[in-house]
Design a protein around this ligand. Structure first.
Ligand SMILES: *[C@@H]1O[C@H](CO)[C@@H](O)[C@H](O)[C@H]1NC(C)=O
Ligand SMILES: *[C@@H]1O[C@H](CO)[C@@H](O)[C@H](O)[C@H]1NC(C)=O
Ligand SMILES: *[C@@H]1O[C@H](CO)[C@@H](O)[C@H](O)[C@H]1NC(C)=O
Ligand SMILES: *[C@@H]1O[C@H](CO)[C@@H](O)[C@H](O)[C@H]1NC(C)=O
Length: 366
């Protein structure tokens, strides 16, 4: 192991300027220390299994003062406030960075491509910019371009801020859905990977111990509950301690949902069921599903494009007891003053990210 690290350093020294090499050596040292205290390496592989191949020859570098460069490893600790400049070698480079920067269309971020490299600059970074920064070579075959997975490099950058041990979030009260079939994440990420982080239930006050199996902590993701169950419901927060007073994260409402992922489960009914010409009728298409799964509705009906109808779609969350939460999505088609043309089949198509379901009901004259 020692020999291997030594060899790498020698190779890097040959390649890099003297100053940069010093920096690399220092960094290695820091990393080993961190590894000792929090087992960071375990998670480092998770974000991108592909960057392993590129390890040791990462094209992702940080531009230091005086034109020196530092090749970035899987994680990097930086101070907030000081402008960040990253470079990635190649004449066609793609980047990814914390989505937060896109959401707010942040003008602090700029990306420039030149002949030899692409440059990403983030001015006045703060604790909130903590996250994965990644670049990759784009390969093109004619007009079709794609990411070269073997030449994708990632560094998780911590903008360590003693006043913000938790990565600040725009949301003050987040909802985390627990499902029986997949791990859930309480996303209290930290800006200092050496901080000691614990998970707490508010009522009754209780610490949920991370014991390395069912509950684990990953500074780049938060607390991971491997097998969520209804007992994990409630209001939670995280607490972080690092050389000073403990800090508390935002609050998280954990809700248990049991609806499996799949195309929507749809019901369709006309009210009233029995109608005559001149009556009013509501045709209601209703979907019960997972809280955060969007459902869209489309209708086909006999008087389409000929008769004015009113269609209103909406959704709400319903607590169905035993702590199970369901999203009720609805589309109501309203017909006023039925005419002969309105009798026939009403078809509702409900679509979510997993698929679509089509249901039909018939309106006949009684
Ligand atoms: C550091 O991480 C390596 C690689 O996962 C591991 O083999 C080693 O035991 C770790 N060192 C300590 C002191 O935990
Ligand atoms: C984001 O900012 C750029 C440049 O400042 C502007 O051209 C673009 O329209 C903005 N996009 C959104 C969604 O606001
Ligand atoms: C971890 O905690 C869970 C319950 O919180 C328990 O079921 C499990 O046995 C524990 N695992 C170990 C290795 O202690
Ligand atoms: C249709 O739905 C609307 C809104 O819920 C309601 O006011 C109206 O009475 C309903 N009409 C019929 C015929 O059920």
């Amino acid at each position: 192991m020692k020999l291997w690290v030594g060899l790498c350093l020698v190779l890097l020294c040959v390649e890099l300027q003297h100053g940069a090499c010093q920096a690399v050596k220092r960094r290695k040292h820091v990393e080993d220390g961190r590894n000792r205290s929090d087992g960071k390496r375990v998670r480092v592989r998770q974000p991108n299994p592909n960057d392993r191949k590129g390890k040791g020859q990462s094209l992702l570098t940080q531009v230091l003062d005086k034109g020196r460069f530092l090749r970035l490893g899987p994680s990097t600790g930086l101070s907030p406030g000081k402008n960040l400049e990253l470079r990635c070698k190649g004449n066609s480079i793609g980047w990814s960075y914390p989505t937060y920067l896109d959401t707010f269309n942040d003008s602090r971020l700029s990306i420039k491509q030149s002949d030899k490299y692409s440059q990403l600059v983030l001015t006045s970074p703060s604790a909130a910019d903590t996250g994965p920064y990644s670049c990759w070579v784009i390969v093109c075959d004619g007009t079709e371009c794609q990411k070269d997975h073997d030449r994708t490099f990632l560094s998780y950058i911590y903008f360590t801020d003693r006043d913000n041990l938790f990565v600040p979030s725009a949301i003050h009260f987040e909802i985390v859905y627990l499902r029986p079939d997949k791990p859930a994440v309480v996303p209290c990420r930290v800006t200092e990977p050496r901080a000691k982080v614990t998970l707490h239930r508010e009522v009754p006050p209780e610490e949920i111990a991370a014991n390395g199996t069912l509950v684990t902590y990953d500074p780049t993701r938060g607390f991971v509950l491997q097998q969520p169950s209804p007992e994990h419901q409630g209001v939670f927060y995280c607490k972080a301690v690092f050389k000073g007073t403990p800090q508390i994260s935002t609050k998280y409402q954990l809700l248990y949902v049991e609806v499996p992922s799949g195309p929507p489960f749809v019901s369709l009914e006309a009210s009233p069921e029995s109608v005559r010409g001149g009556d009013d009728v509501n045709v209601t298409c209703c979907v019960l599903g997972e809280p955060e799964v969007d459902v869209s509705f489309t209708w086909t009906y006999p008087g389409q494009d000929q008769r004015p109808v009113h269609i209103q779609s909406s959704w709400r969350l319903v607590n169905r007891g035993m702590g199970h939460t369901t999203r009720v999505s609805k589309s109501v088609l309203t017909l006023v003053d039925l005419e002969t043309i309105d009798f026939g089949n009403y078809v509702c198509t409900a679509k979510n990210q997993h698929g679509e379901t089509i249901v039909t009901t018939r309106i006949t004259a009684s």
